[in-house]
Design a protein around this ligand. Structure first.
Ligand SMILES: Nc1ncnc2c1ncn2[C@@H]1O[C@H](COP(=O)(O)OP(=O)(O)OP(=O)(O)O)[C@@H](O)[C@H]1O
Length: 640
């Protein structure tokens, strides 16, 4: 068995099984989320995670709605009591009780709201943030290289990166909206008794203001794709400026000016968008101010007319006067919350778009992966063209890596070696042709199960801020003896024994104050130890010795047969002679296998491989001497 135990902690490195809700879905259209669907999505999440939020929300909403209602009734009640000629004590008692009511409601709504904010509302945002990270870490590999997916990744931050962001603020908006709706019902009914026309006029004019705001919000949302790439560049510069690994290059290559210029140009471009946005919002605000003026003016003229003609008594005048003000406030509140909810919904929709990004690879079900009996990989007329490229990087390639075979892949920079490896590993699907495992198309397997077959070391080292042992095992539930063994095989045990806490030493000084940084070569050995620990039946080593010293390199060559015993392996290197311990050498040129055979066969053939080999080995032949000062030939120097 070559399974792998996954935990959420290692999700950024390996693809967890079953952590996926989308199946092969090549032709899926982007879902279209409505405002209601986004709000119910969030409320549903809250129901699932924080059910206690709901009763508390009712208390907050009601107490909040009561404050302006009591404040509106108070002056009119005082006038009515004065007209009735009640005693001073009764007057003070009623005023006192109502004021106490306002105070209590304010204390409950504010105090409880703060408690709920810190105790509950952060939870759904955190969970959804985790879901988005998981999606990014497990989405089909090519998505990470696509501009629209990258934009969606940048945009997700707008929905989740602070307490004020849409995923949290929406709950508060809903609370305020519900309070506003209660108030709207009460004051609306009151005004209706005065004059339905006045109420309808106020409502119609306020709706106009809302439309102006809505238009502005939509404009801002639609322009988001134009500034998302600018934000991404600025984020990159900000992150890199604080990354001390980059500090050497910045100083030695005088890059600070370039970084500042790049930042300035991005910042100017972003500012230009900010100014445009400012104008659009100013126009919407101006329109809504004008509409407010017309709306309130009309209602007050009507009331004053009633008071002057005597159809409204003083207590009712004060009550209606308050009701018009409150009705406008609640209506404005409703529309503002609607408008803000609309804006938040656009961000949530964008966030959900990322969560629901359709995958093309199969992540559920599929044929069972062969567990024994060998693993033969075949490229059947495979071509691969990067999106937007005008020619294939891999072209019509036919190749079979037999089970247990040790193949080497060589070729110049840009020949397509890494691309071919990504095709074999299932990180890319071919644009034409098929990749087969034991004769079965890879597309028929669950991709996560397929990935579990590969023990790979790629060119970029991916040291994580975990203890060294966890960096090898990629799980807390590790076999420490096996970790030790793998570290030894990878040639790292001596270095580990020098570390303050041995293999429990945390890596990455940038993250841990007592952390340790490994050298480039040591990091490469660590990656080899990780691949050995995983113990997949197919081993792919992409230039595993590029950062190793000659002794470590030669040790790896010597151990290579043991390390890959019984496994299908592909060894990529620029050092042509280092391939002689492989059964077959594949020489890749411009995306096609130009020559293949054993090292000796290819030398005998005197083709392109031979020419490159001659160029590479001429340096050693011309300048190297042995202990006696004799020139040694390259064959003697090369590790076998
Ligand atoms: N993500 C990508 N998008 C577009 N083009 C790419 C991408 N990755 C690689 N390429 C292009 O594909 C070609 C082959 O790249 P690849 O990395 O496979 O070559 P390689 O043989 O591994 O090179 P090297 O020896 O330098 O590692 C190059 O021209 C490269 O520019």
């Amino acid at each position: 068995m070559h399974g792998f135990t996954f935990s959420r902690g290692n999700m950024l490195l390996f693809h967890p099984k079953g952590a996926r809700s989308f199946m092969k879905n090549k032709d899926a259209k982007k879902p279209n989320y409505s405002m209601w669907s986004d709000i119910s999505f969030l409320l549903g999440k809250a129901w699932e995670l924080i059910p206690w939020y709901y009763p508390l929300m009712v208390v907050i909403v009601v107490s909040r709605a009561l404050i302006p209602a009591i404040a509106m009734v108070l002056p009119s009640r005082v006038i009515a009591l004065l007209q009735e000629g009640v005693s001073f004590e009764r007057l003070v008692l009623e005023i006192g009780l109502m004021s106490l009511g306002i105070l209590l409601c304010a204390a409950i709504s504010e105090g409880l709201r703060n408690y709920v904010d810190f105790r509950y509302l952060i939870t759904p945002r955190r969970h959804l943030g985790g879901d988005a990270d998981l999606k990014i870490a497990t989405t089909d590999y090519p998505h990470g290289e696509q501009q629209d997916f990258q934009n969606a990744m940048t945009r997700r931050l707008q929905a989740m990166n602070s307490n004020d962001s849409a995923l949290e603020e929406t709950f508060r908006m809903v609370q305020r909206l519900l309070s506003n709706l209660i108030g709207l019902g009460v004051y609306g009914a009151l005004l209706w008794t005065l004059s339905p026309w006045v109420m309808l006029l106020v409502a119609a004019l306020t709706a106009l203001g809302f439309i102006a705001r809505l238009k502005a919000n939509t404009w801002v949302f639609k322009s988001r794709d134009k500034w998302a790439p600018i934000d991404r560049k600025m984020n990159y510069i900000e992150e890199e400026s604080g990354n001390y690994k980059f500090a050497k290059d910045v100083r030695l290559f005088g890059m600070s000016g370039w970084l500042c210029e790049l930042y300035d140009s991005c910042s100017n471009a972003r500012r230009a968008w900010g100014i445009k946005q400012g104008w659009v919002e100013f126009a919407a605000d101006a329109a809504s101010c004008l509409i407010t003026f017309l709306r309130e003016g009309a209602a007050y003229i009507w009331l004053i007319y009633g008071a002057v003609t005597g159809s409204i008594d003083p207590a009712a005048f004060v009550l209606y006067f308050g009701a018009v003000g409150n009705f406008s406030q609640e209506l404005l509140g409703c529309l503002k919350e609607f408008s803000d909810l609309h804006e938040a919904h656009l961000k949530i929709a964008s966030f959900r778009e990322l969560l629901d990004w359709p995958d093309q690879f199969r992540h559920e079900g599929g044929r069972p992966i062969p567990r024994d009996g060998g693993w033969t990989l075949t490229l059947d007329h495979v071509s691969y063209r990067y999106p937007g490229a005008d020619k294939d990087t891999i072209h019509d390639m036919c190749l079979t890596l037999r089970s247990g075979e040790k193949a080497a892949l060589v070729g110049l920079n840009g020949a397509g070696k890494s691309t071919m490896v990504k095709l074999l590993c299932g990180l890319y699907d071919p644009t034409e042709g098929r990749v087969l495992l034991n004769g079965i198309p890879v597309t028929e397997f669950n991709r996560e199960e397929y990935y579990a077959l590969f023990s790979a070391v790629f060119q970029e080292s991916a040291v994580r801020p975990y203890p060294l042992a966890k960096n090898v095992a990629m799980t807390d539930n590790m076999d420490r003896k096996k970790v030790e063994k793998c570290l030894e095989l990878a040639g790292l045990s001596e270095r580990v024994s020098e570390l303050p806490k041995g293999m429990d030493t945390k890596l990455m000084k940038y993250i841990w104050h007592d952390g340790v940084d490994l050298s480039g070569g040591e990091a490469q050995k660590l990656m080899l130890a990780r691949a050995l620990y995983k113990d997949g039946p197919i081993v792919i080593l992409d230039e595993p010795t590029a950062a190793l010293d000659p002794i470590a390199e030669s040790e790896l060559y010597e151990k290579y047969s043991d390390l890959t015993a019984g496994k299908t392996s592909l060894y990529i290197s620029h050092r042509l002679s280092s391939t002689r311990f492989c059964d077959r050498v594949l020489f890749l040129e411009h995306g096609v296998i130009a020559e293949e055979g054993t090292h000796e066969e290819l030398l005998e053939k005197r083709g392109k491989y031979y020419e490159l080999y001659e160029v590479q080995s001429s340096y050693y032949r011309s300048g190297s001497t042995d202990e006696e000062g004799e020139l040694i030939n390259e064959a003697e120097m090369e590790p076998v």
